[in-house]
Ligand binder design. Structure first.
Ligand SMILES: [Zn+2]
Ligand SMILES: [Zn+2]
Length: 166
């Protein structure tokens, strides 16, 4: 058994539409490699800081993520047998010499651990539906509510002004 600690740059597109790891940011890996019958069992944890957007107010959200993972990397001949037995190609990870390509495993581990709807703070009040102002910065923010019928009259008045002007 061998343990390793590595820092790797995040591959591109590691994340969802609302949050993810910018390409090249550091991911810290604590890896444990164990030789087993079929190949090498790779387990450990991955840590990194994801950057996203608050789904309510669009502010930046930083999310520290730490997730455990375990994956078997099979010897090529064992991987072949697994495929012949009908295992999904995606589920079979094959050792390439002494190297294990961790990227697909990291992707499968880290992306589902990201929040589905990131928030800058749990009770983020979001944006004003009228003007888009950040309510967190201006809690008493309000608009004069115009009765829609008066609103229609006002539009009419504005139109008349325009005709007068022209
Ligand atoms: Zn927010
Ligand atoms: Zn407003």
């Amino acid at each position: 058994m061998r343990t390793e600690r590595r820092t790797v740059p995040a591959p591109e597109d590691l994340g969802t539409a609302v949050i993810g790891f910018p390409e090249g940011t550091e991911l810290e890996l604590d890896i444990r490699l164990e030789a087993v019958m079929e190949g090498v069992l790779v387990s450990g944890t991955v840590r990194g800081r994801a950057v996203g957007e608050c789904v309510r107010c669009l502010d930046e959200v930083l999310e520290d993520v730490e997730v455990p993972f375990t994956e078997l990397y099979a010897y090529p001949d064992r991987a072949e047998v697994a495929r012949e037995d009908g295992a999904d190609e995606e589920d079979v990870h094959e050792l390439d010499g002494d190297l294990a390509d961790l990227e697909p495993v990291l992707r499968d581990t880290v992306v589902p651990a990201l929040p589905f709807g990131p928030l800058c703070q749990p009770d983020c009040p979001g944006l004003c539906s009228e003007c888009g102002a950040r309510l967190a910065e201006d809690p008493d923010h309000a608009h004069e509510i115009i009765d829609p019928r008066w609103g229609a009259l006002r539009t009419l008045a504005e139109k008349q002004d325009e005709t007068k002007e022209s």
